[in-house]
Design a protein. Structure first.
Lengths: 324, 309
């Protein structure tokens, strides 16, 4: 329990740090980007919201920095994350794009993690074999390739040259969203290329840590014991060696989520896939600072939730953690 | 005194030479290391002498627009009629320089933070560790984008934002390495001599970590290559600057893939991927040379197969 309490502490501290980063950046960065941007907000944004933004960005305020800081923290704690340049609340803007990113990134990350972990486990089990010689190095090299390059290649081959799959977007222009089979098929078709791009470059993130953990656990006495008992090889591999080897990988999983989310920004931009990543891209070109900062906070929160979930899983899988 | 020194010196030198020879042989025998080194050598040569390789000016818009690869334009031309191959060659320099500078500065930051935390211990360690953990969790690309928006686009801004965001992981590793040497005799001796912490960290601890520092530098380089290109690809660079990421941005803005010259986008993408893999291969080979447990064990298996056959 103390372990989880400590992780919960890190959760709160990191969230506070992200809020503070948001508060400090406009104040310490050279130039007056924030002032220029907020000037364009006058007229489109309602006065009360503008006042809150001015407190957040430190322009046109006549109070101490500390007073502004606490007012800003208070606004965030009560769920007021400001409004975008179009006078829409940042929260609802994020909420409207979230399902697309959650679907794309969530599913591809799970697939990539399973592929990476299983490949790592198998190659450790057959260490020195042909699988071990080919699969982990290939996945590892792929994981160092920028995701947009994989996306560019896939677009070029499958969308431009062969014309099998759509070039961009989340569903065909003119299609009306519904739960019909044809619409769902259309959505899946649009998700294939961005999804594969993400899986290809992220599966390798977990393969070597799993392989090397597994190499260590295989030589443990309890694995020898399980074999001596005459258990089936698959049972020994998954239940004895694998279960213990996957623990550090779960923490690794959470740590890489930030990287995966970063990759999703590039992929959504490349495929004009209207999720959070594409929203982030358009907010940078529009210089919509409140939306950008809201998205940064949201991404941080997403990573933190994943870290916490990984910790919970670790505690479930490893009784020692519950005691510590 | 002078006599004993003179006597003891040659064997030490020989020992070092033997160790160096062994290391070089290990590198030469490792296929990953050789491939990685070749890639980096070619890149470095291109960066140093782009004029020897590139047939045309990288910026002069003198040729047909959006033409596909041909004899005089190996990778075709851009929307403005510039030679893509020459642009690719000339862009190597700034891309490589930014990567090396950021990796060096970030390694320095992570060393200072990690080793100081490990050596000082107590409250200082806890504070530095929490800061490191926070930077480890904050999602890198969103933070990069946020920082880059406030700075004028260009290589200097790129170096600054990448340095701020990329040091944390290595700092953590260097801290745990620092903890393992913390109570060794030579440090106890240094403290007993009354040396200052600054001296002990710099002269006594850091040299014991040389191999880890090299590994940190290489794995940082892998990430920096990718992140720098991604940031520029998203339009947060200076599109007039000759770098692979800005080539990608310009190509994407001109829809090069559909406009007839796909190589304008694919070539800089491939170059980024190649440079990243070069650093990654070298890094992984370093791991293998330093940690025999990770080396391939294929040879032994073959022999056993033959024995059983």
């Amino acid at each position: 329990m103390r372990y989880l309490a400590r992780r919960l502490g890190l959760f709160v501290v990191t969230l506070w740090a992200a809020l503070t980063v948001n508060f400090i950046i406009p104040r310490v960065m050279p130039g007056n980007e924030a002032q220029a941007v907020l000037a364009t907000f006058r007229g489109t944004v309602n006065p009360a919201a503008l006042k809150a933004l001015e407190i957040q960005f430190g322009t046109n305020v006549h109070q101490s920095v500390f007073a502004s800081y606490f007012q800003y923290l208070g606004n965030c704690l009560t769920g007021h994350f400001g409004v975008t340049a179009q006078n829409v609340s940042v929260v609802s803007e994020i909420g409207s794009k979230l399902p697309w990113t959650l679907g794309l990134v969530g599913i591809t990350t799970v697939i990539a993690f399973v592929i990476g972990t299983v490949a790592g486990a198998i190659s450790a089990w057959r260490r020195g074999g042909r699988f071990d010689g080919i699969v982990p190095p290939s996945l590892f090299v792929l994981s160092t390739v920028p995701v947009f390059f994989v996306g560019l290649l896939l677009i070029y081959v499958f969308a431009v040259k062969l014309g099998w799959l759509p070039l961009e977007g989340n569903y065909s222009i003119g299609a009306t969203p519904s739960f019909s089979a044809s619409f769902i098929g259309d959505v899946l078709k649009h998700a294939i290329l961005p999804g594969i791009s993400l899986v290809v470059v992220t599966a390798g993130l977990w393969v070597y840590s799993m392989r090397n953990n597994m190499v260590t656990t295989i030589s443990e006495d309890y694995v020898k014991m399980a074999r001596a008992k005459g258990l089936k090889e698959t049972r020994v591999m998954s239940g004895y060696a694998g279960r213990n080897a996957i623990l550090p990988n779960l923490t690794g999983f959470a740590m890489q989520i930030g990287y995966v989310l970063g990759g999703s920004i590039a992929v959504e931009y490349l495929f004009s896939y209207p999720g959070l990543g594409y929203l982030f891209y358009t907010s940078t070109t529009d210089h919509d600072l409140p939306l950008m900062q809201g998205l940064f906070l949201f991404y941080t929160l997403a990573v933190l939730v994943c870290v916490l979930l990984a910790d919970l899983f670790t505690a479930v899988l490893d009784p020692r953690m519950r005691e510590a | 005194m002078a006599v004993t020194e003179a006597l003891s010196e040659p064997p030490l030198e020989i020992e070092a030479a033997v160790a160096r020879g062994r290391f070089l042989r290990a590198v030469m025998r490792n296929r990953k290391a050789v491939i990685g080194a070749i890639i980096l050598f070619v890149m470095a040569f291109t960066a140093a002498f782009p004029g020897l390789i590139a047939p045309h000016s990288p910026t002069a818009a003198l040729y047909g627009q959006n033409s596909p690869p041909s004899g005089s334009h190996l990778l075709g031309t851009t929307q403005l009629g510039q030679d893509v191959f020459s642009q690719l060659v000339w862009s190597t320099r700034l891309t490589l320089v930014v990567t090396l500078i950021v990796s060096a500065i970030a390694t320095l930051i992570s060393t200072v933070v990690g080793v100081t935390a490990a050596y000082l211990g107590g409250a200082a360690d806890r504070v530095l560790t929490v800061i490191t953990d926070i930077f480890l969790i904050l999602p890198v690309l969103p933070l990069l984008i946020l920082l880059a928006t406030y700075l004028p686009p260009g290589p200097t801004s790129l170096v600054i934002v990448l340095c701020i965001t990329s040091w944390a992981f290595q700092a953590r590793q260097l801290r745990s390495q620092g903890l393992t040497v913390r109570n060794r005799d030579f440090l106890v001796a240094a403290r007993a001599r009354g040396e200052r912490s600054f001296y002990i960290i710099l002269v006594e601890i850091v040299p014991t970590m040389t191999s880890l520092l090299v590994a940190s530098f290489l794995s940082l380089a892998v990430y920096v290559v990718g992140f720098a290109a991604t940031l520029q690809f998203l339009g947060l660079g200076n599109s007039g600057e000759l770098m692979w990421g800005t080539m990608l941005y310009n190509a994407q803005q001109a829809s090069a893939l559909e406009a007839g010259n796909a190589w304008w986008a694919l070539a800089p993408g491939a170059a980024v991927a190649l440079l990243g893999s070069g650093f990654a291969l070298l890094n992984y080979a370093f791991d293998e040379i330093g940690n025999p447990a990770l080396r391939p064990v294929r040879r032994r298996r073959k022999r056993r197969d033959r024995a059983s056959a």
